[in-house]
Design a protein around this ligand. Structure first.
Ligand code: TPP
Length: 545
């Protein structure tokens, strides 16, 4: 507990088990750490992940051995694939019996190894300070990810030996970019006909928004973001192209079709396949990040620059004054997005058009408010259409693309930013994967607003089946009465029965969260016949523009 306090941990999310009662008891006495008891370990792991995503400091989740530990794994894997710092702590059977077949034993370190940056077993009480420090240091250092420690039951019971104290939590600072790499990049840019900037998740983590805006204006070139990068370049900026990563060619992709040089800032290949931005493999890549690029046929790095992203962007701006030539017409792309959203805002059909839902969310949520969009068709609509003005205000999982993270994640977001609005936008499939955390929110008085997109189906899979097979099956299900369900948890329930009821329900629920730390569920029927219409329309769209 003292080591966790020394790392500045504020919350531990989890469920206790017989083998870690001493840790949980100690945490109860901690002044700085609040233990948030959850109703599923998987939810605890998603909470820790979103804490890490929003703060840059590792979120901590805790569970017992065996089944509890295994339940943590989805959020742990999600954190690693989403480049997010997280430390998972679980119990393990004692060293006195781990070497033989014994009750509840599975090799947890081996199970966590491929989904973390480091996984280890704590062999003694004396090892705790070094191992906890290492777990946090590795998790938080670029490229961030999850780490894992298993604490055997008998080690947990051991008295702390004299002189064993927490280690100082030092930080690793980024370096200046190399001069010669900046010059090489300047040379590539001097011959560019159609350069473009792509801002990825790393740009969010490294707080590179201001430097991106400066450089985009100085060079006067278009900037697209990845889904994770949403908001790092404000969507209302004249140079904004929007987000790339949609399953089919979207408006923003047309900016890349003609690009001959892509300056990729903090982009990670796991965010989406680079074939989407370099389909013909004829663009040169200038890779700007804190670490070297991964290898992909469609990501041919002409120049790689490692260093602090803002300093690198400013050094590039000094080396290449600009403005640069480019062919992408950001105005056209922005006009297409705005038109689609405005048509949606005025669409009064019931069930609601997805574009209407996105437009109403944007109207209800303040500039700095945080929306977490769960995985499904809902993510596709939000990622491509939801105008985002600040980094980390539209959170998606696009590394592992897991379902279920948004509702528990919203609890963590509300804990990190109690002053901001927080909304979880989830499909009816994903909602029932973590509905139990409504109880956590009500009990802990954590404000929460959940907007459920109701289509009685695993909508994204239905969409994909219809698109590729021409029909669908095994995707439809029934739903509970969402209002009664919410009320049974002590939350408010709203059933949207007409298009013009959504915005007032959102406003009321968000006010209830702000004023009374209230928890609300809004069930909104959505017309997903728009899904196929969208992919057909984008498929027919002719660029470049
Ligand atoms: C944990 C998990 N299980 C399955 C999937 C595969 N999958 C992706 S989207 C999706 C359907 C989501 O349905 P729903 O939550 O209702 O949202 P909708 O697509 O209808 O908007 C499924 C099954 C996944 N990504 N994650």
């Amino acid at each position: 507990m003292a080591c966790l306090e020394a790392e500045g941990v504020e919350f531990v999310f989890g469920i206790p088990g017989e083998e870690n009662i001493r840790l949980v008891d100690a945490l109860d006495r901690s002044e700085g750490i609040r233990y948030i008891l959850t109703r599923h370990e998987q939810a605890a792991s998603f909470m820790a992940e979103i804490y890490g995503r929003l703060t840059g400091a590792a979120g901590v989740c805790s569970a017992t051995l065996g089944p509890g530990a295994i339940n943590l794994q989805l959020g742990v894997a999600d954190a690693t694939t989403n480049s997010t710092p997280l430390v998972a702590l679980t119990a393990q059977v004692g060293l006195n019996r781990i070497y033989k077949e014994t009750h509840q034993v599975v090799d947890l370190v081996s199970m966590f190894a491929p989904i973390t940056k480091a996984a280890d077993l704590v062999p003694s009480a004396a090892a705790v300070p070094e191992m906890v420090r290492r777990a946090f240091k590795v998790a938080q250092t670029e490229r961030p990810g999850a780490t894992y420690l298993a604490v055997p039951e008998d080690v947990e019971k051991t008295e702390v030996p004299d002189g064993v104290v927490p280690l100082f939590a030092s930080r690793v600072y980024p370096e200046e970019p190399s001069r010669s790499q900046i010059e090489r990049a300047a040379q590539v840019l001097s011959g560019a006909r159609a350069p473009i900037l792509l801002a990825g998740h790393g740009a969010v983590r490294c707080d590179a928004s201001a430097a991106l805006v400066e450089l985009a204006e100085q060079w006067d070139i278009p900037v697209a973001t990845t889904f994770h990068g949403k908001g790092v370049f404000p969507d209302d900026h004249p140079n904004a192209l929007g987000a790339v990563g949609f399953m089919r060619h979207d408006y923003a992709n047309f900016g890349f079709d003609k690009a001959d040089v892509i300056v990729a800032v903090g982009y990670e290949l796991q965010e989406f396949d680079p074939v989407k931005i370099n389909p013909d493999n004829n663009a040169q890549i200038i890779h700007v990040h804190r670490f070297p690029a991964e290898v992909d046929e469609h990501y041919p790095v002409a120049v790689g620059i490692e260093g602090d992203l803002s300093r690198t962007l400013r050094a590039l701006g000094e080396a290449v004054p600009g403005p640069l030539k480019h062919e992408a017409r950001t105005a056209k792309t922005r006009e297409l997005l705005a038109e689609e959203l405005e048509r949606g805002r005025a669409d009064d059909r019931f069930p609601l058009a997805p574009q209407r839902v996105v437009a109403d969310i944007r109207s209800a949520v303040e500039h700095e408010g945080i929306v977490l969009a769960d995985t499904g068709a809902v993510k596709m609509w939000m990622a491509r259409l939801y105008p985002t003005y600040a980094p980390n205000t539209c959170l998606l999982s696009n590394g592992l693309s897991t379902m279920g993270f948004a509702l528990p994640g919203a609890l963590a977001a509300a804990l990190v930013h109690p002053d901001r609005q927080v909304l979880a936008a989830v499909g009816d499939g994903a909602f029932l994967m973590h509905v139990q955390e409504l109880e956590t929110a009500v009990r802990e008085r954590i404000p929460l607003t959940v907007l459920v997109w109701v289509d009685d189906s695993y909508g994204l899979i239905e969409w994909k089946m219809d698109m590729e097979l021409g029909h669908h099956n095994n995707v439809r299900f029934g739903n509970p009465d969402f209002v009664k369900l919410a009320e049974s948890f002590g939350a408010r329930g709203y059933a949207v029965g007409a298009a013009d009821q959504l915005l007032p329900a959102l406003n009321e629920a968000l006010d209830h969260a702000r004023n009374e730390q209230g928890v609300s569920v809004i069930a909104c029927p959505v017309d997903y016949s728009e899904n196929l219409r969208l992919t057909d329309r984008l498929g027919d769209l002719q660029g470049p523009f």
